[in-house]
Design a protein around this ligand. Structure first.
Ligand code: GN1
Ligand code: MG
Length: 352
C-alpha cells in the first residue's frame, strides 16, 4: 500500500494534510497497522481490520464504542476513534475496512519485560479495565469471533486439522500433537466450573497495554475482541506474556522463563483493583496461566497443520515455533501451579 493510497483513506476521515508519512507496525498477526506521522511526529494510528477474521466490522466497532463509554476514569486513558465520512468509527474503502485512532503522546508498548514495575502496572490496569466494565451485560456484546477463547471449540478445530493435514506436517509436529492430545483433559474441570461471564478484552498480551514514559500503564489497546469471556482469559494472556521474559515465538527454549518476581508484581498490581472477583474465580486463576498459553499454542499448531491460513507468518514454520514456545511455557505454568495458588491465596483471597 503506497502513501497516496493511504492518504485517500485519511481523506475518508476528513484529514487532508500535507507532509504526512506512514510507518507500518508489523508486530500484529491479524490487522495491518500504520503509524501516521506529521513532520516525523506520530499523530494517528491507521488500521485495516482483517475482514476474513472479523466478519462483522460494523458490530465490532459498536462493541468498542460501547466499551469506551464506560472506560472513562481519571486513572484510565480513553482511546479516541475518529469518525469517518459515513458518521461511523470506520469506513469501507474498496474491499477493506479501515479505522483511525488518535496517537497518545509519549505512549509506548513492551513486547516483554524484566521490570516488576511494568508487571505491577499491567496487573493494575487489567483490574481497572474489568472494574470499569463489571456492570455491563456480556450478552449484549456481539461475539466478534465466535468461540474465540473457547478451548473445546479450538480442540474441534485442531482435530479437524489433524485429519486434513499432510503426512509431512503431521510428522514435523509429532511431539506437539502428542503434548496437545494428552494435556487437553487437564482443562476439563475449568470448563465445568460454571464461572461467570464478564465483558473481557480477550487479548491482554503485554504489548496490548499502553505505557507512559514513567512506566505507568495508561490503558488497553487492540479492542477488537472485547466480548463475553471469563476473567481468566485476560489473566492468563497477561501472565503468559509478562512472566515469560522471552517472546512468544522464541526458539531457544532455555530463554523461556516463569519469573516469580514478575508474577508477584503482576498479582500485586491486580490486587489493587480486584474487588470484583469472587473466591471461585480466584481459585481458578492458576490453571488459567496454563490454559491461555496452551490454547494459543494449540491455535498456532492448528494453523501450521492447515498450511498457515489464519495468522500472518514471516516464515514457513513460524506457527510451529510459536506452538513449541507456548507449550513450553504451558509446562512451566503447570509446574508452578501450587506456588501460584499459594501466592494468589495470600494476596487476593476475600474475607467474605
Ligand atoms: C493475534 O494480531 P494480534 O497480535 O493482535 C491473535 C491473538 C493472539 C496474538 C498473539 C484475533 O493478535 O489472539 O494473542 O495474535 N488475535 C486474533 O498470539 O486471533
Ligand atoms: Mg489483536
Amino acid at each position: 500500500m503506497d502513501t497516496s493510497y493511504l492518504n485517500q483513506i485519511l481523506n475518508r476521515f476528513n484529514i487532508n494534510e500535507d507532509l504526512i508519512d506512514f510507518k507500518p507496525i508489523t508486530a500484529g498477526y491479524i490487522n495491518d497497522t500504520f503509524l501516521v506521522l506529521k513532520s516525523e511526529i506520530p499523530v494517528y494510528i491507521l488500521q485495516r481490520v482483517n475482514h476474513n477474521v472479523f466478519k462483522n466490522v460494523s458490530q465490532l466497532l459498536q462493541n468498542i464504542d460501547r466499551a469506551l463509554l464506560k472506560l472513562q476514569a481519571s486513572d484510565y486513558r480513553t482511546i479516541k476513534l475518529l469518525k469517518a465520512d459515513n458518521g461511523e468509527s470506520y469506513c469501507k474503502h474498496e474491499d477493506s475496512y479501515w479505522r483511525l485512532m488518535t496517537f497518545i503522546n509519549d505512549s509506548t508498548t513492551h513486547n516483554t519485560t524484566t521490570k516488576p514495575k511494568i508487571a505491577y502496572e499491567a496487573g493494575r490496569i487489567i483490574g481497572r479495565f474489568h472494574n470499569l466494565l463489571q456492570f455491563e451485560s456480556p450478552e449484549t456484546f456481539v461475539e466478534t469471533i465466535p468461540n474465540f477463547n473457547n478451548l473445546p471449540f479450538r480442540t474441534t478445530e485442531f482435530n479437524e486439522a489433524l485429519i486434513r493435514t499432510s503426512e509431512d506436517r503431521r510428522q514435523i509436529a509429532k511431539n506437539e500433537i502428542e503434548f496437545a492430545t494428552r494435556s487437553l483433559s487437564k482443562f476439563t474441570p475449568f470448563y465445568n466450573s460454571g464461572l461467570p461471564l464478564r465483558v473481557c478484552h480477550n487479548d491482554t498480551k503485554l504489548n496490548n497495554i499502553l505505557f507512559n514514559a514513567s512506566n505507568e500503564a495508561m490503558c488497553l489497546i487492540d479492542l477488537d475482541t472485547i466480548m463475553a469471556g471469563y476473567f481468566h482469559y485476560d489473566f492468563g494472556d497477561a501472565v503468559r506474556t509478562i512472566v515469560n521474559t522471552a517472546n512468544e515465538d522464541e526458539q531457544d527454549l532455555s530463554k523461556i522463563t516463569f519469573s516469580k518476581p514478575l508474577f508477584e508484581a503482576f498479582i500485586e498490581g491486580l490486587d489493587s483493583n480486584a474487588s470484583f472477583l469472587s473466591n471461585e474465580e480466584i481459585k481458578l486463576l492458576p490453571i488459567a496461566a496454563a490454559l491461555m498459553p496452551f490454547m494459543h499454542g494449540l491455535r498456532a499448531l492448528t494453523d501450521f497443520l492447515n498450511g498457515n491460513i489464519y495468522y500472518k507468518v514471516a516464515y514457513e514454520n513460524q506457527n510451529l515455533d510459536r506452538c513449541i514456545s507456548l507449550f513450553h511455557f504451558t509446562k512451566l505454568a503447570f509446574q508452578n501451579e501450587e506456588y501460584m495458588s499459594e501466592f494468589i491465596g495470600s494476596k487476593l483471597k476475600k474475607l467474605n
